[in-house]
Design a binder for this molecule. Structure first.
Ligand code: FAD
Length: 407
């Protein structure tokens, strides 16, 4: 890096993809992150990250197991009648040299934010401008315009503005609106005391074991696991829209109704409905995804994360893929110069290495969902775990040439 000029980078969106890109590029770039929100407040539930994403973050100084993340050691599969049909260790360290971590999105977000903006990291801290919603992009010139008309210009524009990306239409031709997939998800959090109070069998003495529990029923699925050092129990309940007893919306903040949730799950054994009855503050969101895009890059501009490949949560691959994209940017952009051809080539390199893997995560996530109901619960824990192993872009490119789009 010694003699190379620093790149000027604009990142659109301070979510998981945007902040991860920020912390990974700050060593060799001067970065401004434009974020539409008035304040940075991550809502929602927890995410599970496999050893690939956890290892990438650790290389960049983010240790999720020290940020309230729970090292998930086992997976358990249950029937809706309450019978356990599988209980398997991940053996993550033996198989991948790194752990799986279940982490609350707010804890993940604040760890990424700290690394992206703290004074003592490598290079220059990222500057974040809140209340700056990007409305227009000139992908070739490297210019973005925010709502009040102010323009920002940079060597590289990174669209990390999520599933309803405003950058995407300026990069990819045609209608790229993510479409509802026919299922919705309830999410809520419990405390160990809540489960203890009803003497629930998932509690072992005073703790919730670090197991990812998947409960399979006809056209329904519950996913239950602890985060925040075992002090919070993350509950997700998926329902096909045909059996939903209220209306969902694509907005993350929408509240759900516990009685409607219970109505959808009325066939489930009391072992599970007892956990649903404990829900107080329930969120409900409509799931959307998109067919793989033909390209992610135009001129000096690239889309990453959910802006490039929105996907259903059924393989725990959305946040993982956002982190993998950011790492690929760091690998290939650090060798680029600021001229348009060099920047375009580096961004295209990211696309060529990342596209097939991200697209396969998208299609696997859809196939494991409720609408493709033949597949629910049929995947072995080992198959799922194999998807979470990823060595970083350059090694992946060398080890899996069949997954790289030729130049
Ligand atoms: C319930 C649920 C469970 C999940 N579980 C997992 C899991 O276990 N493992 C996993 O890997 N993934 C999981 N995911 C997926 C994961 O959370 C997403 O894939 C991930 O958050 C995508 O990050 P992102 O930064 O691309 O998008 P987002 O997190 O949506 O961030 C986009 C950011 O851009 C901002 N923005 C939007 N528009 C503009 C604009 N025009 N201008 C400026 N800023 C803008 C937004 O305010 C936001 O801050 C789950 C998702 C859900 C919904």
């Amino acid at each position: 890096m010694a003699n190379q000029a620093r790149l000027k980078v604009i990142i659109v969106g301070a979510g998981i993809a945007g902040l991860t890109a920020g912390l990974m590029l700050r060593e060799f770039s001067d970065i401004t992150i434009l974020e539409t929100a008035y304040e940075l407040k991550e809502v929602g539930a927890a995410v599970t990250l496999g050893p690939g994403a956890v290892g990438i973050l650790r290389r960049f100084g983010v240790h999720l197991d020290k940020e309230g993340g729970v090292v998930a050691t086992h997976t358990a599969v249950w029937t809706f009648k309450g019978k356990q049909v599988a209980f398997a260790p991940f053996n993550a360290i033996e198989k991948a040299g790194e752990v799986n971590v279940s982490v609350h999105r707010a804890d993940l977000h604040s760890a990424l934010l700290r690394s992206a903006t703290s004074a003592d990291g490598p290079g220059t801290p990222c500057k974040i401008l809140l209340n700056h919603a990007v409305v227009k992009v000139d992908s070739d010139a490297g210019t973005v315009t925010v709502g009040n008309g102010t323009e920002f210009t940079a060597d590289v524009i990174i669209g990390a503005d999520g599933v309803r990306s405003n950058v995407r239409p300026f990069v990819v031709d045609g209608d790229t609106t993510a479409q509802p997939t026919g299922e919705s998800g309830y999410r809520y959090l419990l405390r160990p005391e809540d489960l203890k109070a009803i003497n629930h069998p998932l509690m072992k003495e005073d703790t919730i074991p670090p197991t990812i529990n998947v409960v399979i029923g006809p056209q329904k699925k519950l996913v239950l696991y602890p985060c925040r050092g075992g002090q919070v129990f993350n509950c997700l309940a998926f329902v096909p829209d045909t059996e939903l007893h209220e209306t969902s919306s694509e907005k993350w903040q929408r509240k759900g109704d516990v009685n409607a949730l219970l109505e959808s799950y009325k066939d489930f054994d009391p072992m599970w409905t007892d956990i649903l009855k404990l829900a107080k503050d329930v969120g409900l969101w409509q799931m959307r995804d998109l067919e793989p895009l033909p390209n992610w890059v135009k001129g000096r501009t690239i889309v990453i994360g959910d802006a490039a490949h929105p996907m259903l949560p059924h393989q725990a691959a959305g946040a993982m893929s956002a982190i993998e994209d950011a790492e690929a940017l760091s690998a290939y952009l650090r060798k680029a110069k600021s001229d348009p051809a060099s920047i375009h080539e580096a961004l295209d390199h990211v696309f060529r290495v990342r596209h097939k893997r991200a697209s396969s995560c998208q299609s696997r996530s859809r196939a494991a969902g409720l609408v493709a109901s033949d597949n629910i619960g049929k995947q072995s824990p080992d198959e799922l775990f194999a998807l979470w192993i990823y060595p970083g872009a350059e090694k992946y490119e060398a080890e899996h040439p069949e997954m790289v789009i030729p130049k």
